[in-house]
Every structure is written in structure tokens, then in C-alpha cells.
Design a protein around this ligand. Sequence first.
Ligand code: SF4
Ligand code: SF4
Length: 137
Amino acid sequence: MAEKIILTHQKINGPDAEVIHEISGVNVFACYQCGNCSATCPAVDFMDIPPHQIMRNLQLGLVNEVLNTKTPWICLACLSCSVKCPRSLDIARVMEGCRNLILRRKYEYFNIHTLDSETRLKLPPIALIANFRKNLL
Ligand code: SF4
Ligand code: SF4
């Protein structure tokens, strides 16, 4: 049996939902679940939940559920979904907002100083830069 979800005003308009809204500038409540974004997404087969379900979960305040999916990281930021949305919603920015929130919460946080100097020397510069950027968020 599917897990029961209890919706409350506080959950739907909670601080995490606010953060996604602030970062992306997208009003997820304007989405009417037509599914165009998922239909056009070139990466949808690799996502655990498709873009329109990301939007639906966010409408319901299920932010943690969204952040625990791989979808925001699979997103290629190709903007195809944003172009095809009949409500002109920038879903790619929502994905970016999710990635930012994950990094802000330091999910997958990694401290480069825990690596020995030999390993650090072998890392490509982009890995080091990405790590420092994460630490700044
Ligand atoms: S295309 Fe736009 S309106 Fe349609 S499901 Fe995706 S976000 Fe919602
Ligand atoms: S921006 Fe991301 S979610 Fe949108 S169509 Fe491209 S890969 Fe899919």
C-alpha cells in the first residue's frame, strides 16, 4: 500500500518550498500537470521521477522527497522543458534550485582537506574547483 501523505498548509508553504521558489523564481503552483516537460526531456529515461512529477511534489510541499531523487542531477539543463511549457515555467531553473538546495544543505558534502596530498595531486583541477564552490554555498 502506498505511503499516506498528510498535507498541511505549513508543509505546502514551508521554508524549503520558499527557498526553491526564491532560487528559481518559478511559481510551481502555476503548473497544471500537462506533462509536456517530461515528454520533451531527453534525459527522462534516466531520471527516477520525471520533471512534471518534480513539479507536482513541490506543489505538495514534498521537498525532501524531491531532494532525495537523482532527477536534479540527471537534468542536463538543456532548457527543452522550459521552452515547451505552456505556462512558461522555467523547469530547468527549478532543477537548478533543487541542486542548490541540496548543496546548501551539504548533502554529498565532501571536505577536500580529508584527502592526502598525493591523492589531491592526482585530481583534475575541475574537481577541486567544484569542491571549493560547494563549500562556499
Ligand atoms: S510543461 Fe509546464 S505546465 Fe506542463 S507539467 Fe511541465 S511544468 Fe507543468
Ligand atoms: S532542462 Fe533538464 S529537465 Fe528540462 S528537458 Fe532538459 S534535461 Fe530535462
